[in-house]
Design a binder for this molecule. Structure first.
Ligand code: MSP
Length: 491
């Protein structure tokens, strides 16, 4: 009796969300100086896959993405487009949102740094650090990369230029700025990044990116400039309205401010996982946690730093003509095809080299001839008999898949699913069900029906629409082959 009451109680708690674990995941907020590109898409898709997975295992998920709208780079782009920065940002932020919606990216909130609620929270935050004595005024001289919106150190330079924006010459800048005492936190940040037992431990993945960060930390932290005297398009420094807050200081804070101004999101702080590309790892691994330490706030739990897409061995660039855009992908492979191709080529620990040719082959092999063909074949055979599935959804049965997702190895997780696809293909070839009838045919088809349902279950975070279609087909009272192939062959 007691047991019954207890278990009913835990069920009750679970239902109202009292015992479900929170999971707060974020992407970088993207600059609105251009339309969304494949790099933006891959990070947002990675976050989407993880957010969906966590929702499926019952976690209470908050998935945040958005746009970074202040600073010199955006002001310049607006001017080039003959628009005011505000109008320009409105238009591009809308473009980003529309793109993400089309691709079924299930974010819970889209933050824009021009949101007055964000601006107010940023002002309060910086004032607090200033009052604590961690901000001072000094003169700065150095090379500035407007593409990165950052001052470059000697070790950043490759042949005198920023490696990420080698087409632009870094500009010499010299001005009086406010500085943030990063150097004061040298010991603390070492503990944050290296001591797993520390309550504020911040875990960086993967190992190679973590090593790079730690090596740089050991070279010693230097104070950074956090205001601009000559950039109007930004949040004013609250105690000196002649200067604006450095765009990165403003942008990093988005992860935090949203949990202050959206009252029902307060419980999600600190974030559980930030996903970012390698070029902005220093900001997220070092500057960001130090800002939080200085304000006496809790630090996020994990940072996943991924590598880059390249094409034909080279950086994607307009001048080389090797850029692959999200639009190229969706118009050729459809939305689910695009999701699959991005997830399965995701640049994790190392850069991922893709070309349109390679993607076409992969689409045909894995989706049109692989999964799509298997579903078509088996469902067609099932039309002649009466098969009832026997499959129960439970992630506990898929430990390796779960482990791969936990380590952000999307291609490996999908590899397990596709191993099943080819095993089933072989099984159908070997058992030749088209030669069988009645009970014998039913017996043969039971296994592929159950296992295709298993496949659809595992595909849910990656290909939500395809997974639903497959589930509908094979759980129907009478299984029928779909009229149109799930993934038409690419010619
Ligand atoms: N606005 C800053 C981020 C502020 S976060 C507080 C910014 N924006 S960005 O528009 O340049 O987007 C950078 C992100 O786009 C990278 O961190 C990465 O997630 C993604 N990518 C940009 N180019 C990429 C590739 N070529 N390949 C993979 N992802 C890349 O930096």
């Amino acid at each position: 009796m007691n047991f019954l009451i207890l278990s009913n109680f835990s069920l009750f708690c679970y239902i109202i969300g009292l015992v479900s674990k929170k999971f707060y995941i974020s992407t970088p907020i993207y600059y609105v100086n251009d339309k969304p590109h494949i790099g933006h898409l891959c990070t947002t898709l990675a976050a989407d896959v993880l957010a969906r997975h966590h929702r499926l295992i019952g976690d209470d998920v908050f998935f945040l993405t958005g746009t970074d709208e202040h600073g010199a780079k955006i002001a310049k782009a607006a001017e080039e487009n003959k628009k005011t920065p505000a109008d320009y940002c409105d238009q591009l932020a809308k473009d980003f949102e529309q793109n993400w919606k089309k691709l079924n990216l299930s974010y819970d909130f889209f933050i824009r740094t021009t949101d007055p609620r964000h601006k107010k929270a940023v002002s309060e935050f910086i004032q607090n650090i200033y009052d604590n004595g961690d901000i001072y005024k000094a003169k700065y001289e150095g090379l500035y990369c407007i593409g990165c919106e950052k001052f470059l150190t000697d070790s950043d330079l490759v042949d005198g230029r920023c490696p990420y924006h080698s087409n632009q010459k870094p500009q010499k800048q010299s001005e009086e700025n406010y500085f943030f005492r990063l150097s004061k936190y040298q010991e603390k940040i070492e503990k944050v990044l290296m001591d797993p037992k520390y309550e504020n431990y911040y875990e960086i993945f993967p190992e190679n990116k973590k090593r790079e960060i730690l090596n740089k930390v050991k070279e010693g932290l230097r104070d950074i400039s956090i205001s601009r005297a000559n950039v109007d398009w930004g949040i004013p420094i609250p105690w000196d309205k002649k200067q604006t807050i450095y765009v990165w200081f403003d942008a990093l804070l988005n992860y935090y401010t949203v949990t202050r101004f959206l009252k029902n999101k307060k419980k999600f702080w600190p974030a559980d996982l930030h996903i970012v590309g390698k070029e902005i790892s220093w900001f997220h691994a070092v500057i960001w946690p130090v800002m939080l330490l200085a304000a006496g706030e809790k630090i996020p739990k994990k940072l996943f730093v991924h590598s880059f897409y390249i094409s034909g061995g080279q950086k994607m660039s307009k001048s080389l003509g090797n850029v692959i855009s999200p639009k190229d992908l969706t118009s050729n492979f459809g939305l689910e095809g695009t999701r699959y191709l991005i997830a399965s080529t995701f640049p994790g620990a190392d850069d991922s080299d893709i070309t349109m040719e390679f993607l076409k082959e992969k689409y045909n092999a894995d989706l049109a001839n692989g999964l799509g063909n298997l579903v078509q074949r088996v469902s067609k055979l099932c039309e002649k008999v009466d098969i009832k599935y026997n499959f129960h959804k439970n992630y506990n049965n898929y430990k390796n898949y779960d482990l791969f997702l936990k380590n952000y190895k999307f291609n490996e997780a999908l590899g397990l699913v596709w191993k099943k696809v080819s095993e089933l293909d072989k099984y159908v070839n070997d058992t030749k069900p088209w030669k069988k009838k009645g009970i014998e045919l039913e017996k043969i088809l039971q296994k592929p029906v159950n296992e295709i349902l298993e496949i659809s279950f595992l595909l849910k975070p990656f290909l939500p629409e395809t997974a639903e279609k497959i589930e509908k087909i094979f759980t129907a009272n009478q299984i029928k082959a779909p009229k149109n192939p799930l993934f038409p062959r690419f010619k």
